[in-house]
Design a protein around this ligand. Sequence first.
Ligand SMILES: *Cc1c(COP(=O)(O)O)cnc(C)c1O
Length: 411
Amino acid sequence: MKTYQVSSDGYYGIYGGAYVPENLYHTVETLRQKYLPIIESEAFKTEYHALLRDYVGRPSPLYHARRMSEKYGCKLYLKREDLNHTGAHKINNALGQILLALKMGKTRIIAETGAGQHGVATATVCALMGMPCRVYMGATDVERQHVNVERMKMLGAEVFPVESGSKTLKDATNEAIRDWCLHPQDTFYIIGSTVGPHPYPDLVARLQSVISSEIKIQIREKEGRDYPDYLMACVGGGSNAAGSIYHYMDDERVKIYLGEAGGHGVESGETAATIHCGSLGILHGSKTLVMQNEDGQITEPYSLSAGLDYPGVGPLHAHLAHEHRATVMAVNDDEALKAAFELTRLEGIIPALESAHALGMLPRMKFKKEDVVVLTVSGRGDKDLNTYLTHPPYTTTNSPDNITHHTLHQK
Ligand SMILES: *Cc1c(COP(=O)(O)O)cnc(C)c1O
C-alpha cells in the first residue's frame, strides 16, 4: 500500500532529509537513533499521556458546530485545540520533546519563536521540569509580541532578541541553530513545528498525532465510523495539520484540505503561501519548498497572522501537495478575518488568527449535506484581539448573514 509516512532515510518523496553542518551531524544522528525507541517505550508513553491528560487537559473536545454546519451544508465538527493549556496545540509537542530531552540526559533547552507561541509552550514545560531555557526571538517580534515575551520571562525563560537579518523568525531559527552548534552535548533544541532536519518533522508529527488518535475515537462515538469525509487545518510549518491527519494520511477515503497564509494574495508579493509560491530549496536543515528569489536568498514572508509567517513549510506537507494527496488553498488576510468573526458570532468561539485560515476555506468548499467534516481549531484568539479590533472585516451586528464571501484566486 502507498504510504505518506517518512522513509527510513528521512524523506517524504523528494522532500526532507537532514542538511546540517558537520559539527551538528553527531547530535542529529544520535537523536535520529534514539527518538523512536524512547517515544515508543512504555515509560515514555505513560508519563507523556498522564501529563497530556492532567496538565494539558486532553482529550480536547470534538464539538459539533450546529450553526456553522447549517451555514455550510455539512456536518461540521471542530477539534478544539484552543482549549489546551497555554491556548494552542504547541504544548503537545513541547511537552513530548522535553520528556525526550530528559531521557537523553540533556540539561539545557533552547527554542526559536516567531509570534512567541512556541516560546511560551517551551518556557512552560521548562518551568514544569525545572530546566534552564533560552528562547531566540527576532528583535522585531520581541517588540510586536510584547505580552508573550513577558509570559516567557515570568515562566523563567531567558528571551534572547536576535538583531540579524530581518529580525524575525528565520533569523531567530538561524541563531538557535548557531547556539546548538556551540553546545551540542548538553543542549536540546525544541523545534516548534514539523520542520528542520530529520528526525524533527517525524518527531513533531508523532507527538502531535494525539490529535488524530482522539479524532478517531471521538468521531466513532458521534458518527458510528472512525473516519471523517474531510479533514481541514491551517499550515504554517505544519504541525497542527500533521497531527490532525496523521492516522488518516494513507486512508484515501478522507479528503485533506490545508489552508496556508495568502497574506495580501499569492500574486501580491506579500504572502506566506509557501506551497503556492515557493520553490525547492534547503531551509533550516530540510529540503523543502522555500520562498526565495532567483539567487536562492530567502524572501521575507508576509501574513497578518504571526504564527503562519514562515518562509518554508514541512517536507511532509510539500510532499502531500506534490502528490495531490492534500488540496492546499491560500487563504488571504481578509478571508481569515471574516472567518474568525463568523465563528465568533455563530458559535461563540474566538479562534486564533492562524486557525481562521482553516475556517477561511469553508466558503470555497462544495459539501454534500451528509459529509462529515473535522476542522482543527489550532488555538484561541485572545492573543489576536488587538488585530481583530483594528481590522474589523464588517460592521458589527449580531447577525453574520450579511457577510458576503467572495471567492478568491485558487490554484
Ligand atoms: C504556531 C501556530 C500555528 C502554526 O503552526 P503549525 O506548525 O503549522 O501548526 C497554527 N495555529 C496556532 C494557534 C499556532 O500557535
